[in-house]
Design a protein. Structure first.
Length: 362
């Protein structure tokens, strides 16, 4: 039993804010170890006018869980976070990583794909990260919601769930702003063969004479009625993930989500904000090596004029004061206390390490 540390998710507490008052049984989910691996870009395929499939082959086998993400750094360019996914038109062969990357017009990386960054370009991978990964050996209904390129981890989870149990009930909701950005058609064709899987594609702007299967509206408008036994995954825009999370927690269902924040799934917006912040700092105190606009330094405070009392005291004759030794004043000179001994090093942990589950790589 614990006291404190309550959070909005039922059955969960924040360990750093909780106090254990009775014996507990801890359950730890085994996850792959975070490692750094070299790789090479092997393919670039356009999926939509603003979305590209990027294929990367690691130099050695890697392990990750469906739904996790990696930190990718193309040589000579800033790092970005992307979620590996499975092929949409065929089963996953486990040999290459596929990323769904949205082009950002003013970005520092994505506009270079296919120009400065061509097949054969070196890539460094670091990971995996994330907690919104597929949990196997369960039969609960799955509701998988992805917006934009957030469909990448959602599709990875969907394929893993179907491979484990083809009869599991699954609801897949895919969202895009426009019909041309709804690039998941190959995955839709694979899912239509499963009667236990319900597919709901949505767009914000639906043109006329479009198939009825494509809905107009937000993903939250087409979520099924949830029960406490449901498991919901959401990935994409932070506002969408937060809205889904509120609905799920209100129903008592289980929620896993990874919003595409500036630190995950792109980061182009973060670079722009960071650049502006550095330019502002440079305007106050120039930073060596930073090419930023030069502005005037902040004005320094002017010295205050002395008051009349301070001027009178400064002009008055000063009485000479003699230093009195401690023995003459009757005071006992105190010796400085010795410094405290250095703290002992903490005992080394002896918990056994668990082998990571191998899912990706080759």
């Amino acid at each position: 039993m614990v006291i404190g540390g309550e959070c909005e998710e039922p059955g969960m507490v924040k360990a750093c804010q909780a106090r254990v008052i009775t014996d507990l049984k801890l359950m730890v989910e085994p996850v792959p170890e975070v490692l750094t691996t070299k790789g090479v870009l092997t393919g670039l395929t356009a999926l939509a006018p603003d979305v590209m499939e990027v294929t990367i082959r690691p130099s050695k086998a890697i392990s990750y869980l469906p739904g996790q993400y990696y930190r990718f750094q193309f040589k000579g360019f800033p790092p970005r976070y992307f979620s590996p996914t499975a092929p949409m038109d065929r089963p996953f062969d486990g040999r290459a990583l596929r990323l769904h990357v949205r082009r950002v017009p003013d970005g520092r990386l994505t506009p270079r794909l296919g120009r400065e960054i061509q097949p054969g370009h070196p890539v460094t991978l670091n990971g995996p990260f994330g907690t919104a990964y597929f949990r196997p050996d369960l039969e609960n209904r799955l509701i998988l919601i992805g917006s934009g390129t957030g469909f990448a981890p959602i599709w990875s989870i969907a394929e893993a769930a179907i491979a484990e149990n083809p009869n599991r009930r699954i609801v897949v909701i895919c969202a895009a702003k426009t019909l041309s950005s709804l690039y998941m058609a190959p995955a839709f064709r694979r899912l239509q063969d499963y009667p236990n899987i319900k597919l709901i594609p949505t767009v914000s702007d639906k043109p006329p004479n479009v198939a009825r299967i494509v809905r107009k509206g937000r993903p939250t408008e087409f979520m099924p009625v949830l029960t406490p036994d449901d498991i919901v995954y959401a990935c994409g825009a932070p506002a969408m993930v937060d809205a889904v999370k509120d609905i799920v927690l209100a129903s008592g269902a289980t929620f896993y989500g990874d919003p595409f924040t500036p630190h995950h799934g792109g980061g182009e917006a973060y670079e722009n904000i960071f650049s502006k912040a550095m330019a502002w700092l440079a305007s106050i105190a120039p930073i060596p090596g930073l090419d930023a606009p030069r502005y005037k330094m902040l004005p320094k405070p002017e010295p205050q004029q002395p008051s009349r009392q301070q001027v009178a005291q400064a002009g008055a004759p000063q009485r000479e004061q003699r230093a009195v030794p401690p023995q003459a004043s009757g005071m006992r000179q105190q010796r400085a206390a010795p410094p405290p001994p250095p703290p002992l090093p903490p005992p080394a942990a002896s918990m056994p390490r668990r082998a990571p589950q191998r899912v990706g790589g080759y």
